[in-house]
Structures are given as structure tokens and as C-alpha cells.
Ligand binder design. Structure first.
Ligand SMILES: Nc1ncnc2c1ncn2[C@@H]1O[C@H](COP(=O)(O)OP(=O)(O)O)[C@@H](O)[C@H]1O
Ligand SMILES: O=P(O)(O)OC[C@H]1O[C@](O)(COP(=O)(O)O)[C@@H](O)[C@@H]1O
Length: 414
């Protein structure tokens, strides 16, 4: 985490692509990120569901690759904090010296402590070059599956920061539903802020509500307070849903003299964070709004893994094991486990792969048929005939279009 930057993700999505009678393999489907949209000179903090919809490209045009890359760079470019607020750089107070020093060949210790992330560092988004559109899991841009480099910003501590840690007041708020790992994130934000030298850290209670309900006071946070909160579930600060008045929140941010606000939450929370940022900009406040995406679904493109995902996969193992035992013991038993994931199958796919017991895995990303020679039911029949039992693991959103063809119209799919 770098104090200078409101946001910065740089990772790659890797989706396991082992075949296990899986009816589909999730590709990165939903992409949500918070960033500064450089193109619009206003540099707004934008919370957006960026679809992987590609620009209309004419592949017969020899320049199509450049056009694609231009568009990609435009969408993934993050302007610098200094493009948004008027702040001066200063040397970082984040010390890399807690890391072991490197030894020179002659045994002496190196004087330089290289280890900061350069603003121009990039991570390669797609690491597989598919030879053909029919390669397993192929995700091609053009019909020939041409390799196109897609680079994104690399996250990490920078040599320069833009706030004076000793004067900074930082706030942390957790909104929306619960997700395993919230306390770990709160704890780590506090520990890292302290590492930079920030002493004034507060928690806002029960989501955005804590900004405008007077009986919900600030919670003072420091390493002693947060030391063991990762051992408990839920959110140490409490969460809430429900309407929030952005102007009231920003009034409160102003009154509390917050310089930075770490907002942990999902889609709704980030929509709120975006509006808070816009309002701060309108009022010319030098406040950094930092979005920390929370989803157990792991369906955020620029992140290797979202927090809570591992726990969800691990917790699913117990259900899968129990269903396996039931199915295995019963005559022609069929075990059916439904896991979370309304529009993403990462939890179901990873839980299925790691359990080693699942015969059929159904996820929302990949359409399937129930009937017919290639349908799920025929395969199920085959399993019963051959091994005598079967275990199915299904993501809650799998096949929803089949069950309710008009579902798009009522807004469940975005
Ligand atoms: N479109 C929106 N604009 C502004 N604030 C929003 C919006 N959607 C949700 N919020 C706020 O974000 C908080 C959390 O949103 P919610 O949808 O409940 O959870 P999540 O962040 O997990 O999607 C709510 O307290 C709500 O006030
Ligand atoms: O029914 P709801 O509350 O709208 O949410 C369902 C979604 O919430 C989840 O259970 C968890 O999603 P998040 O972790 O992104 O909040 C998803 O698996 C599911 O798609």
C-alpha cells in the first residue's frame, strides 16, 4: 500500500483450467476497478464495471493491434495523484530496511535498498499465448488468436509519497455485507500506516452510517488495538447497508479532518466511494479515497485473488465432503452442493478442483444443456451406471438463464 496513491492494482488473473468433467471454466468475467480516468481531464475517481467488451475492431486493418492496445491503455491507465489533487512529493517514510540487506560479492552489505516500485513498472495481464481459438480456455482477440501484450500498473510502495504521515488522519470504514478477512485487512492497513509514521488512525463504525449517526463514535486504531482482530470473524468496525447521503458523509469527513479514507466494500460501497471522491473534489478537499474491493467471488480482473475467496473455498470443502460421503454410501446416490457465486464460478471451480471428489461442476460463465446426448443429465446417468454415484457442485448462478430466460430484463445479469 502506498500512501501517495489512491488506488493501484497490478496483478494478473489466472484461472485454473484443469479439466474435470467441469462444464466450463471461468474466465475473468466481471471487472470492477476503481481508478482515475485520465482521458477525461477531470480525472474523476471512477467506480465502474468495465466489461471486457472490446472496441469494434476491423481485423483486416493492419493497425488493429495498435488500436486495441490504445484502447486498452486508455481504460487501464491510472493518472497520478498529483493530477487530481495539489500535493507535493516527499521522500517516503516507509522503510525497506526491515528487509534483509543484500550482500555484495565481497561480502559487504549493499548501501542501496532498491525495492520500491517504479511508477513505470507494469505487470503483464495475460500470460498465456493461445495458439488457436480452440485451445483450452482460449480467450482470443482476433480470429487468429494473435498475441497482444496487455500491461497494467504494478502496485507497491513508491519512493515518494504525497502526504506528511505525522499530520495525516486516516479513516477506515467497512460497508456492505460481511466477507472473511475484513479484520485482516483493517489490521494490515493500520500496521502499514503506522509503518509510514501515521499516528492518527480511526475506524468509522457500521459503514457509511457511522459518518452521520452521532451515537456511532470514531474508534481509535493502533497496532495494540488491532493486534488480534484477525482471529475473530466479522468486521471489528461493524458493517451496514442502506442509504447514505454523500453530502453528509463529506461534511463529516471535513469535520473530522480526515486526509485519507480507506473504504472496504463491494460494488455499492465503491459507487459510494466514487461519489464521496467527486464531492471532495468539488469542495477542493485534499482527501484520498482508497477503495479496497471486497468480494469472496474473486471476480475482479486486476487482482490475483480477492480476500475472503480462499476462506470460501476452504469452507466449501466441508459441504463437498459431507455430500460425497452421503452420495457414496447411498445406492445410486447423487450429492448436490450449491455454492455462492451468482455471476462467477471461481469458488465452485476451485472448490471442485481442490476436493478431487466432484464429478460435475456447473458455473454461470459457461452455458450447458440439461437434456440431450451432451446434456448434464445424460452424463449423470452415465456416472450412476458406471461408478454408482455422483457428486455435483453448482454455483448459485449456474444455468440461471435457462431457468428464467427473461432474467436479463429484470436486471439480474449485468
Ligand atoms: N449507487 C450507490 N451510490 C452511493 N452509495 C451507494 C450506492 N450503492 C450502495 N451505496 C452505499 O454503499 C453501502 C454498501 O452497499 P451495499 O450495496 O449494501 O454493499 P456492497 O458494497 O457489498 O455492494 C451502503 O451503505 C450504501 O449506502
Ligand atoms: O443475493 P445477494 O445478496 O445480492 O448477493 C449474492 C452474491 O453475493 C455473494 O454471495 C458474495 O458476493 P460478494 O462477496 O461480492 O459480496 C455472491 O456469491 C453472490 O453472487
Amino acid at each position: 500500500m502506498a500512501l501517495k496513491s489512491a488506488v493501484g492494482y497490478a496483478c494478473s488473473i489466472t484461472s485454473g483450467q484443469k479439466h474435470l468433467g467441469c462444464f466450463g471454466v471461468p474466465r475473468c468475467n466481471r471487472l470492477q476497478c476503481v481508478g482515475y480516468d485520465k482521458k477525461s481531464k477531470a480525472c474523476e475517481l471512477v467506480t465502474r464495471a468495465i466489461s471486457m467488451d472490446r472496441p469494434q475492431l476491423d481485423f483486416s486493418n493492419p493497425d488493429w493491434k495498435e488500436q486495441f492496445q490504445e484502447d486498452f491503455n486508455r481504460r487501464f491507465n491510472l493518472p497520478h495523484l498529483t493530477d487530481v489533487i495539489d500535493v507535493e512529493p516527499k521522500p517516503t517514510t516507509f522503510s525497506l530496511k526491515s528487509r534483509a540487506p543484500l550482500e555484495n560479492v565481497n561480502g559487504s552489505m549493499q548501501e542501496s535498498w532498491n525495492g520500491y516500485v517504479n511508477d513505470d513498472d507494469r505487470a503483464l495481464l495475460k500470460v498465456i499465448k493461445f495458439a488457436s481459438p480452440t485451445s483450452a480456455g482460449a480467450d482470443c482477440i482476433d480470429p487468429d488468436c494473435t498475441w497482444v501484450e496487455q500491461w497494467v500498473h504494478r502496485a507497491g510502495p513508491r519512493k515518494q509519497i504525497y502526504f506528511e504521515p505525522q499530520y495525516v488522519k486516516a479513516g477506515i470504514v467497512t460497508c456492505g455485507g460481511l466477507c472473511p478477512g475484513l479484520n485482516d485487512v483493517i489490521r494490515q492497513i493500520v500496521l502499514t500506516l503506522e509503518k509510514y509514521g501515521v499516528k492518527n488512525i480511526v475506524g468509522i463504525q457500521h459503514g457509511f452510517r457511522g459518518f452521520f449517526e452521532n451515537h456511532l463514535g470514531e474508534v481509535l486504531l493502533n497496532r495494540h488495538v488491532v493486534q488480534n482482530i484477525n482471529l475473530a470473524g466479522g468486521s471489528f468496525l461493524g458493517v451496514s447497508r442502506g442509504g447514505a447521503n454523500i453530502s453528509d458523509i463529506v461534511d463529516s469527513i471535513q469535520a473530522r479532518r480526515l486526509d485519507m479514507l480507506f473504504v472496504l466494500g463491494g460494488n455499492g460501497t465503491h459507487a459510494g466511494a466514487n461519489l464521496i471522491h467527486e464531492e471532495c473534489r468539488k469542495r477542493k478537499l485534499k482527501v484520498s479515497i482508497v477503495g479496497v474491493p471486497k468480494t469472496i467471488d474473486n471476480d475482479i480482473l486486476l487482482m490475483d485473488k480477492t480476500f475472503g475467496f480462499d476462506t470460501a473455498v476452504e469452507a466449501a470443502q466441508r459441504a463437498i465432503n459431507s455430500a460425497y460421503i452421503e452420495a457414496h454410501s447411498a445406492f445410486h446416490g447423487i450429492g448436490l452442493v450449491k455454492l455462492m457465486g451468482r455471476s462467477s464460478g471461481f469458488i465452485t471451480m476451485h472448490a471442485s478442483l481442490s476436493s478431487g471428489q466432484v464429478d460435475i461442476c456447473l458455473i454461470p460463465e459457461v452455458p450447458f444443456t440439461l437434456d440431450g446426448p451432451n446434456g448434464v443429465l445424460r452424463h449423470l446417468e452415465h456416472l450412476i451406471e458406471t461408478k454408482g454415484f455422483a457428486l455435483i457442485c453448482v454455483a448459485e448462478g449456474a444455468g440461471q438463464v435457462r431457468l428464467l430466460p427473461d432474467i436479463k430484463q429484470i436486471g439480474f445479469l449485468v
